[in-house]
Design a protein around this ligand. Sequence first.
Ligand SMILES: [Zn+2]
Length: 303
Amino acid sequence: MAFKERTKPKRLRVMELLSRRMNLSRDERNKFLYWVKGYKGEIQFDVLTQKLKCDCLILNDLFLKVNGKQFQIDTLIITAKGIYIYEVKNFEGTYYYEGTKMYSGRSRKEVYDPLDQVKHASTLLRQLMQQMGYSLSIKTVIVFMNQDFALYQAPMLEELILPGALKAHLAEVSEISGQLSQTQRKFAEEIKALHIEDVSLREVPYYEESSLKKGVICCECGTFIEEYTQSLYSVCPICHHKERIRDTVIRQFEEYKLLFPDQKITKAVLLKWSDGRLSANRIAYTLKQTYRAVGTGRWRYYE
Ligand SMILES: [Zn+2]
């Protein structure tokens, strides 16, 4: 198990909901799909790093701050031979380097070079380490996860790991001998504690409650469920997924809280959010059973 697990970023979870409940522009949709793909690549990489046999600590998705600057590390692996910082890319298609810049073959546009990205992260990590009183060696690595990725005129750098070389690279890490030192373990604890959850919604389109489609979405296929024929379960008309109504209410609650963290959630709010599809009694009962009630009467809300 990873020493720090990866969780789905908030902005991606919000975008998943928005993609169902509002019309995204073509640019917004492309951005969303890009994030989904990026996250999928990271999860695929996590599956591979879980198989490492060497004594190591794996910290997935660190969001850190030093001297007022924030930076993010996709994967950090502490081994007896030093620290690896990974930038995980799930680029698809053809890319090429011209000079020190990287371009997409399709659009011919410059892309944010992962080499710069990982260099930026390692510089800031070194600063942070210094402040923490550590001097451990850092290696930066960029892994390209997608089998349909090709990179031309790439600089001959050992830190660029193309899909075909990934297995060999991880085998090499896996064979690192020796045990982690006390200092390395202490560093892992301390850096994990410094992680901040990235709750920013940068690049997420503006939304407000009135502009979002109300109703209950199937948690399997994303269809809006229009009809509730049973009192304890809902059955999706498209994928036939069955869900306890209690769980549906909880899902509606969590969705609303994610989208509108500053709003108080009352029975009336959830009734409106579900577009009246869920019964008021069922909502009231579940809220009472699951959440903490604050206030009384019609002003009572739950948290
Ligand atoms: Zn469904």
